[in-house]
Design a protein around this ligand. Structure first.
Ligand SMILES: Cc1cc2nc3c(=O)[nH]c(=O)nc-3n(C[C@H](O)[C@H](O)[C@H](O)COP(=O)(O)OP(=O)(O)OC[C@H]3O[C@@H](n4cnc5c(N)ncnc54)[C@H](O)[C@@H]3O)c2cc1C
Length: 486
C-alpha cells in the first residue's frame, strides 16, 4: 500500500491498522514546536488528518514539570526544563492566552549575590553587578558594542551582515578576549554566557550568539527579569501542561509515544516514515520538529541537501543540570536576598570538578507560595558534575547554597535534578552553532526540502533560544503545510 503513488490528490484518513497509517500530515516530535504545529493545523482545518510521532514516553520535550514536596505536607509543580516567559515573546504569550493558562511574576526584591573567579562573594541591589569600577566600565563599553553590532544583523539572514563572514569564523571566547580588557569582566561574561546558553563561549561562534541577540531584541531583554523580558513571568502549574493541553485539543489518539523515527523516504507524491518499532506512516507532508542532533540521526531518502547536513552536524549541544530544591520557608527573602547568585562556582574539593556545582540560582517560589530555589549547573561545570554520583552532587549543591544563603539551605523538603545532556532523543539542553556553521544557515535551516518542513526552536528567527521560538516555528510550518495542501 505504501508504494501507491496517488496519495497527493486525496485527503488520507487515519488507518486503524497498528503497523501502517495514512494521514495528510505527519509531525515528528511532540515538544512545543511539533504540538503547536498539530494544534494550528487542527484548528485551521479540522478535516486535515494528522499524526504526531514522539520517540519518548512523554510529551513536552525540553519542558518537564514535576511534583515536589512542599510545606504543610503537600506537593506543588515545578519546572525542570523551560521555565520563564515574557510579554515581548508574542508567540508563546498568545498561545498561553488561547489555552487559558495564566502567568505570575518572578520575585526580584532584595539583594543579588555575585562570586566571580575565586571564592569571594559580593552583593548588590541595583542593576549594576558588584564588580570593580574598571571592570564595570569595560562591561558598559562591551554592552554598547554588542548593541551596536546586533543592530547590523537581520536575524533571518545573519551571514549577510557586514561582519558576517568574520564573526562566523570567530569563537565567542576569542571575541571576549578581543573586546574586554579586565579579568573580572571577562569572567563575568563567561558566567553569563554559560548560564544563558548552557555552553562555554569557546563552543559557539560570535555570529550564532549575535543572531540570537538580534532576534530577541537585544542582550538586555534576554537577561533582564522584568515582565517584558525573558525571565519576568512563570506559567502557573508549569510549562509542560502547555503540551498536555495541546494533546487534548488535537486528540490523544493522534499523538503516538515511543515512536522513534529512523527513516524518512519521500518522492513527488508522498512521504513515508519508518519508526524503530516497525510502525510506518505515509503522508502528504511532514513537519520535522526535532532538535538538530536528532535530525542528523535520521536516514533521509533522497539524502538531505549538503547545507542541511552540514548545519545539523555543526550544532553544539550545551549541558545543563537543572535542580529544584524546596524548603519550608524562604529564609533567603527574610535575609533581604533575592535568591539569585551568579557564580563561576567557587572552590571545589571534589576530584574531577574544577569549581563548585552552581552557575546561577534564582527564586523558584510556586504560584501557590511554596518556597523553592532553582539551580543551573551549566557548560563545563555540568559536564564535570554530571560525572559524579547523585548524592555527591546533592551534597555539594546544598553546601554551596548554604555559603550563599545560610545553613537553613542544608535542610530541604525535597530535591530534584535533571541532567539534560542525558536525554537520549534530544541530545542536550540548548544548541548553538560552532564556528564556520552560519555560512550554511540560510539554505540549511527552516523552510522545506521537498515534502519535509523543518520546525523546532533551532529554526526560529525570533527568540530562538526559548519556548517562544519553538511555538513560532510550529505555527509557521503549520501554515506552510496547510497552504500547499490546499
Ligand atoms: C533546562 C532548560 C531550561 C530552559 N529554560 C527556558 C526558559 O526559562 N524559557 C524558555 O523560553 N525556554 C527555556 N528553555 C528552552 C525551551 O525549553 C526549548 O527551546 C523548547 O522547549 C524547545 O521545543 P522544541 O519543540 O523545539 O524541541 P524539543 O522540546 O526538544 O522537542 C523535540 C521532541 O522531538 C522528539 N524527538 C527527537 N528525535 C525524534 C525522533 N527521531 N523521532 C520522534 N521524536 C523525536 C524529542 O523526544 C522531543 O520530545 C529551556 C530548556 C532547558 C533544557
Amino acid at each position: 500500500m505504501c508504494d501507491s503513488d496517488d496519495v497527493m490528490e486525496i485527503s488520507v484518513p487515519m488507518d486503524t491498522d497498528n503497523c501502517e497509517r495514512y494521514v495528510d500530515v505527519i509531525i515528528v516530535g511532540a515538544g512545543l514546536s511539533g504540538l503547536t504545529a498539530a494544534y494550528h493545523i487542527n484548528k485551521t482545518d479540522p478535516g486535515t488528518s494528522l499524526c504526531v510521532l514522539e520517540a519518548n514516553d512523554r510529551v513536552g520535550g525540553r519542558t518537564l514539570t514535576v511534583p515536589l514536596k512542599t510545606k504543610n505536607g503537600t506537593t506543588d509543580d515545578f519546572d525542570l526544563g523551560g521555565h520563564w516567559v515574557g510579554r515581548s515573546q508574542t508567540a508563546i504569550m498568545e498561545l498561553l492566552d488561547e489555552l487559558g493558562l495564566e502567568t505570575y511574576t518572578q520575585r526580584i526584591d532584595g539583594t543579588y549575590l555575585l562570586q566571580i573567579g575565586g571564592d569571594k562573594i559580593t552583593s548588590y541591589s541595583s542593576d549594576t553587578p558588584s564588580l570593580p569600577f574598571l571592570s564595570l566600565l569595560d562591561l558598559k563599553m562591551f554592552n554598547n558594542k554588542i548593541e551596536k553590532f546586533r543592530k547590523t544583523i537581520d536575524p533571518a539572514h545573519p551571514y549577510e551582515c557586514p561582519n558576517g563572514e568574520e564573526w562566523d569564523k570567530t569563537s565567542l571566547e576569542t571575541f571576549l578576549n578581543q573586546h574586554l580588557w579586565t579579568k573580572a569582566a571577562k569572567e563575568y561574561m563567561r558566567v553569563i554566557i554559560r548560564a544563558l546558553s548552557s555552553m562555554e563561549p569557546s563552543q559557539q561562534s560570535v555570529l550564532s550568539l549575535m543572531a540570537s541577540i538580534a532576534g530577541s531584541g537585544g542582550l538586555e531583554p534576554m537577561l533582564e527579569v522584568t515582565e517584558d523580558s525573558a525571565q519576568g513571568l512563570k506559567v502557573k502549574g508549569g510549562t509542560q501542561q502547555i503540551s498536555k493541553i495541546l494533546v487534548d485539543k488535537v486528540g490523544s489518539d493522534r499523538v503516538l509515544l515511543n515512536q522513534l523515527v529512523e527513516r524518512i523516504v519521500q518522492n513527488d507524491n508522498k512521504v513515508i516514515v519508518s519508526c524503530r518499532n516497525g510502525l510506518k506512516v505515509t503522508g502528504r507532508r511532514l513537519i520535522l520538529a526535532t532538535p538538530p542532533a536528532a535530525v542528523d540521526k535520521i536516514t533521509f531518502e533522497p539524502t538531505l541537501p549538503v547545507e542541511r547536513r552540514e548545519i545539523n552536524k555543526r550544532y553544539n549541544f550545551g549541558d545543563y543540570i537543572k535542580t529544584i530544591v524546596t524548603y519550608g520557608e524562604d529564609f533567603w527573602t527574610k535575609k533581604g536576598l533575592v535568591g539569585e547568585v551568579e557564580t563561576s562556582g567557587g572552590p571545589s574539593d571534589v576530584p574531577g570538578c574544577d569549581n563548585g556545582p552552581i552557575t546561577v540560582t534564582m527564586d523558584a517560589m510556586s504560584h501557590t507560595g511554596s518556597p523553592a530555589l532553582v539551580i543551573f549547573t551549566a557548560g563545563k561545570q555540568a559536564r564535570q558534575w554530571g560525572q559524579q554520583q547523585v548524592d555527591v552532587r546533592r551534597n555539594a549543591v546544598l553546601q554551596s547554597l548554604s555559603t550563599y544563603f545560610g545553613k537553613e539551605a542544608l535542610s530541604p523538603l525535597d530535591y530534584c535534578e535533571k541532567d539534560w545532556s542525558k536525554e537520549e532523543y534530544i541530545g542536550g539542553a540548548l544548541a548553538s552553532l560552532g564556528t564556520g556553521a552560519m555560512q550554511y544557515f540560510e539554505e540549511g535551516i527552516g523552510g522545506n526540502f521537498m515534502r519535509v518542513h523543518f520546525a523546532g526552536r533551532e529554526t526560529a528567527v525570533e527568540w530562538d533560544g526559548n519556548m517562544c521560538g519553538a511555538v513560532e516555528t510550529g505555527k509557521r510550518t503549520a501554515l506552510e503545510v496547510l497552504e500547499v495542501l490546499q
